[in-house]
Design a protein around this ligand. Structure first.
Ligand SMILES: *Cc1c(COP(=O)(O)O)cnc(C)c1O
Length: 355
């Protein structure tokens, strides 16, 4: 079975060295030495100053919304994983969708502007598939309306924009280190903040509100444990290799299939991370035929993101035409280090046969 992705596992001996340290200290969680080392190394690798590691990539979205005391409406994209919208609703906020750009799949700033009301407290865009949102435009809109800008950057690990970390944009950005992501800690995630004060406040918030031994305010538990940090440290050593291997696979799909399907338009200022290989078919019918042929050959391509979130049963009537249309036609092809050339050739051949 070939899946759309295969969780990366680091060299066992390397992982064991980190786990040995856990056995030496018996320190399993609560801001332990491996957690702290991972935080430092990730900040350096990603080129950012303030980061709070968490136990998954959904909690940083919720913590950010708490941190900024959001109220009322949050403008977001319908073309994302469900966590982006459900996190908003879990916080008792109202998601208001703005449709996407049909080429970059990211939220369209012009649409965002039309959705701003006196109740809007933030914009929550997604750097979809690691492509950068129109960060300059969105910043202007947020500043002009005095609202917060939080990026769901779950796909944007390691992505640079104009030579610097894409995570530097917005009042905050969030990452997911779930096993299926480009970089993972089994389960995990992070909040990237602009300053040390927000970082400190978020760190208290994810530890039941404790700060220097005092319970300051209402908190939650979102701490990353030491075993996750061990996995993260071991994988971080391999991250450049992981991205290089994905790039090779991505480029081969692109050179073999660009005449048949549409590839995402990555902005020219972006150093891409090749986290996903989404391709857009001319019709949903083509997509379904390709999926079924792949399936018959034990190849599991996935419809990310399907359905468009505006169609979920717990969302009030807000139809997003471009997002729905994109969602109907986009398929993510298998891409991960270790996908053999033979298997990739088979996938390409099967797709070309159907089309
Ligand atoms: C994976 C993902 C999340 C959630 O991350 P978890 O670590 O699975 O909680 C949020 N937003 C987007 C866009 C994602 O792809």
């Amino acid at each position: 079975m070939i899946n759309v992705t295969k969780a990366y596992l680091p060299d066992r001996k390397k992982l064991d060295k980190y786990i040995d340290r856990i056995y030496d200290t018996h320190w399993l969680t609560n801001f332990g030495p491996l957690h702290n080392e991972l935080e430092e190394r990730l900040k350096e690798y990603l080129g950012i100053d303030h980061m709070v590691l968490m136990s998954n990539g959904t909690l940083p979205l919720q913590v950010a919304m708490h941190l900024f005391g959001l109220k009322g409406e949050v403008i977001t994209t319908p073309f994302s994983f469900v966590a982006t919208t459900s996190a908003i609703m879990w916080e008792k906020l109202c998601p208001v969708f703005a449709d996407i750009d049909p080429k970059t799949y990211c939220i369209d700033p012009k649409e965002v502007e039309t959705k701003i009301t006196e109740h809007t407290s933030a914009i929550l865009p997604v750097h979809v598939y690691g492509n950068a949102c129109d960060v300059e435009e969105l910043e202007i809109i947020a500043k002009k309306n005095d609202i917060k800008l939080i990026y769901d950057a779950a796909h944007a690990f390691g992505v640079k924009y104009k030579g610097e970390s894409l995570l530097k944009w917005g009042d905050a950005a969030t990452l997911s280190f779930h096993a299926t992501k480009l970089y993972h800690t089994i389960e995990g995630g992070a909040l990237i903040t602009r300053d040390a004060a927000a970082e400190e406040e978020a760190k208290a918030m994810i530890n039941f509100g404790f700060n220097n031994g005092e319970i300051e305010k209402i908190g939650i538990n979102a701490k990353m444990n030491e075993f996750s940090a061990a996995m993260g440290l071991a994988i971080l050593d391999d991250i450049d290799l992981i991205i290089e291997q994905r790039e090779i696979i991505y480029n081969k799909y692109a050179s073999s299939l660009s005449d048949q399907v549409e590839f995402i338009k990555v902005k020219k200022e972006v150093d891409f991370n090749y986290a996903y290989c989404p391709v857009k078919f001319e019709s949903e019918d083509d997509l379904l035929q390709v999926m079924s042929i792949l399936d018959e050959n034990n190849i599991n391509a996935r419809r990310y993101f399907y359905p468009s979130l505006d169609t979920l049963n717990f969302i009030d009537e807000q139809r997003m035409i471009i997002s729905s249309n994109t969602s109907d036609k986009v398929l993510c092809l298998p891409i991960y280090p270790g996908l053999s050339q033979d298997h990739q050739n088979d996938i390409i051949k099967l797709i070309r046969e159907v089309l």
